[in-house]
Design a protein around this ligand. Structure first.
Ligand code: UDX
Ligand code: UDX
Length: 479
């Protein structure tokens, strides 16, 4: 039997916890939803009175937060109190790849999950359903369970607390998080106890049709999340590998994608060749799968999936190398306008963005980069590139210069990136880039000038007719 949930706590107010809980609160007005985080600054941003500085940019999110915040959606740093009140606790903390120790570079670092589980064990009262929302290595539920059942009742408790553990991975993608959460393809709930599964299902049923709510055992659910991300990433590496072949043979990867995508067995989505996949999940989750496969004595399975990440790394370097080649083998003293730094459009997130590796390669060759992105905070770019921006110098003849080779500066306007640039490189598919007036921008570039379109979003004819050299991903047709 499902029980009626009145209070939810979500630990982790990040890219997953924030939007997921906002949508949940919006659809379940009788449930109080408390999103807690140890990061005070992040919580302050979520509580920003005029909603201008929410920590996450997602289309449609501001409106939801505006509707629900202070009514049944609350952001706070009071972790203990909110755990104690909750019928359900979602764990939505980050699980980065381990950087040292056993499994470094591949295994997930579960220290935040463990800390969260320990807090739940200590502060939960009565019966609590604990839900893994973070993507976790298979069998993590076992770890959480062990921590929870070994919790000793504290002095104010007559009875020990009891727990159920469920896996409920999130499949939303950044940039379309609200849309994905509003109309998910499926909701996956893995667990052992049917009452707990039904209790969580009842919440989703407020807005998701019942037939889309899938129940599995807990291990299948954990593995399904890793597998979904691995399959999606594998499709991108597959099409990116074909883009290189198209460029070598005279093919056009867009035509190949269209041709294979109309086979209903293959399907048309996730076949856009680009600068290489980024985001916090794909690489981490595949490396996790690789680690698990090796751990369970399946080296061939590990090698198979590792190939997807290798191809992606190789592909990113391929893009930077061809730019260097087209610009006569040296970038010293050359200005390159970089359009887009986020790992995809409609997000301010730069984690694992292809832009990071590609820009690092270009900087190493001495390029002077002017980086434009409509949403990314320049501080993130500094952290990602490991160097601070250099202030632009406006010379007497009104031209912009940099002090040194291998440096970068923020371009607030697209025209600042194109001014006297030797090349423009599109790395994120922001819609505004597809509308650039090349007739105008080309006039202020330094010739021979190049436009490199790694996202295939520009109007090729318009760029070429403006007198610019043009390269786009996977196009071997010599336009
Ligand atoms: C998510 C998932 O949870 C992760 O498993 C997935 O694979 C990647 O994306 P995400 O929401 O993107 O994580 O991470 P992030 O934006 O870093 O947010 C996590 C939040 O948890 C941070 O705000 C951090 O401060 C908070 N946190 C971390 C806690 O509140 N308590 C902790 O003990 C640790
Ligand atoms: C992904 C999964 O899609 C989502 O289900 C999961 O919950 C989290 O990880 P996300 O990383 O937010 O979501 O974005 P996604 O749209 O999957 O894009 C990932 C990367 O692949 C981006 O860098 C994107 O530009 C790239 N991509 C995507 C392509 O290069 N080509 C495509 O056809 C699709």
């Amino acid at each position: 039997m499902a029980f009626k949930v009145k209070n939810i706590c979500c630990i982790g107010a990040g890219y997953v916890g924030g939007p997921t809980m906002s949508v949940m609160a919006d659809h379940c007005p009788e449930i109080q939803v408390n999103v807690v985080d140890i990061n005070h600054q992040r919580i302050n941003s979520w509580n920003d009175p005029d909603l201008r500085n929410l920590p996450i940019y997602e289309p449609g999110l501001n409106e939801i937060v505006k509707r629900c915040r202070g009514k049944n959606l609350h952001f706070s740093t009071e972790v203990e109190r909110n755990i104690a009140q909750a019928d359900i606790v979602f764990i939505s903390v980050n699980t980065p790849t381990k950087t040292k120790g056993f499994g470094a570079g591949q295994a997930s670092d579960l220290k935040w999950v463990e800390t969260s589980a320990r807090k739940v064990a200590k502060y939960a009262r009565g019966h609590t359903i604990v839900v893994e929302k973070s993507t976790l290595p298979v069998r993590t539920a076992e770890v959480i369970k062990e921590i929870l059942i070994s919790a000793k009742p504290s002095s104010d408790q007559s009875e020990p607390s009891t727990f159920d553990i469920l896996s409920n991975p999130e499949f939303m993608a950044e940039g379309s998080a609200v849309k994905d959460l509003e109309k998910p393809d499926r909701i996956l709930i893995g667990g052992e106890n049917h009452d707990a599964i039904n209790t969580l299902s009842e919440i989703y049923k407020y807005w998701v049709p019942e037939k889309k709510i899938l129940h599995t055992n807990i291990w299948s659910s954990e593995l399904a999340k890793l597998t979904a991300n691995a399959f999606l990433a594998q499709r991108i590496s597959s099409i990116n590998s074909i883009s290189a072949l198209c460029e070598a043979t005279g093919g056009d990867v867009r035509e190949v994608s269209r041709a294979i995508g109309s086979d209903s067995r293959i399907g048309s989505r996730f076949l856009d060749s680009g600068p290489g996949f980024g985001g916090s999940c794909f690489k981490k989750d595949i490396l996790n799968l690789v680690y698990l496969s090796r751990y369970f004595g399946l080296p061939e399975v590990a090698d198979f999936w590792e190939g997807v990440v290798h191809l992606n790394n190789w592909h990113q370097h391929r893009v930077s190398q061809l730019i260097i080649k087209k610009l006569f083998g040296t970038l010293s003293g050359k200005k390159i306008g970089v359009l887009g730094f986020a790992f995809k459009a409609n997000t301010n997130d730069t984690r694992e963005s292809a832009a990071i590796q590609i820009c690092k390669d270009l900087l190493e060759e001495g390029a002077r980069l002017f980086i434009h992105d409509p949403k990314v905070n320049p501080l993130n770019i500094s952290n990602d590139l490991g160097i601070s921006p250099i202030n632009k110098v406006l010379e007497s003849n009104n031209s912009l210069t940099f002090q040194s080779d291998g440096s970068w500066s923020k371009a607030s306007q697209i025209s600042e990136a194109t001014k006297e640039a030797d090349a423009i490189l599109v790395l994120t598919e922001w819609e505004e880039y597809s509308k650039i007036n090349w007739e105008k921008e080309s006039k202020q570039m330094r010739y021979p000038a190049w436009v490199f379109d790694s996202r295939s979003i520009l109007d090729a004819k318009r760029v070429i007719n403006s007198g610019l050299n043009f390269w786009r991903i996977g196009d071997g047709t010599n336009l």
